[in-house]
Design a protein. Structure first.
Length: 207
């Protein structure tokens, strides 16, 4: 169950709702029995983040029940009291623009790069134009599990370099750069260069 919950979270972070819902369907059966109330509550909370109509149930932990009901203030306060600032920040993500910006600041402070990147994407989509860039590149290494070489290539993509230009700068074959770029897109969970450049900005790698 913990592995499936982590899979759902990763799919949400990468904005892959179909993958998240596939894991939800598998986990739904496994959390139906007595004794799995916490895991069932966590599952319901992720379902709400995915836009599914769910309700709290008897025995659901208070901090999860508040989030399932949509009371993000109470949920964030409850998680903070429990000493889980990451979970508290995720609850703020569902608040108003000020709350989401506060969530972004907390996630940056925690070094929660994938979650911070997701929040920046959502803020841009909602029309927010002034979004903190986050920590400078020198303080952030290997975002989204990228290797040092992939980070270097992502920075060049953000500068507008073509694969051929990247190959020339790094003294690599174009084919090798093609493979690196494909790996970068896969790790970032994005379909193309434009989205990769946006992700680079989210991670503080753009100029």
């Amino acid at each position: 169950m913990p592995a499936l919950l982590a899979e759902i979270e990763q799919a949400w972070l990468l904005d892959r709702p179909a993958a998240a819902r596939a894991a939800v369907a598998t986990l739904d059966e496994r959390t139906a029995d007595a004794g799995a109330e916490r895991q069932r509550g966590e599952l319901r909370r992720w379902q709400r983040r995915l836009g599914e109509p769910v309700e709290a149930f008897p025995g659901c932990p208070d901090e999860l029940a508040a989030g399932i009901r949509g009371d993000w203030r109470a949920a964030a306060a409850a998680w903070q009291a429990l000493g889980d600032p990451y979970a508290a920040a995720l609850e703020l993500v569902e608040g108003d623009a000020d709350a989401r910006l506060a969530a972004l600041t907390r996630l940056d402070e925690l070094g929660a790069r994938p979650a911070a990147a997701r929040v920046r994407r959502d803020l841009r989509r909602s029309g927010v134009t002034v979004i903190p860039r986050g920590p400078k590149p020198t303080t952030r290494e290997n975002p989204a599990g990228l290797t040092d070489r992939q980070v270097e290539i992502l920075r060049m993509l953000a500068d507008g370099a073509t694969n051929a230009e990247i190959a020339a700068r790094l003294v690599l074959s174009v084919c090798t750069v093609d493979h690196h770029v494909s790996a970068v897109l896969q790790k970032l969970g994005v379909p193309g260069r434009r989205e990769a450049i946006a992700a680079a900005t989210d991670f503080g790698l753009g100029h």
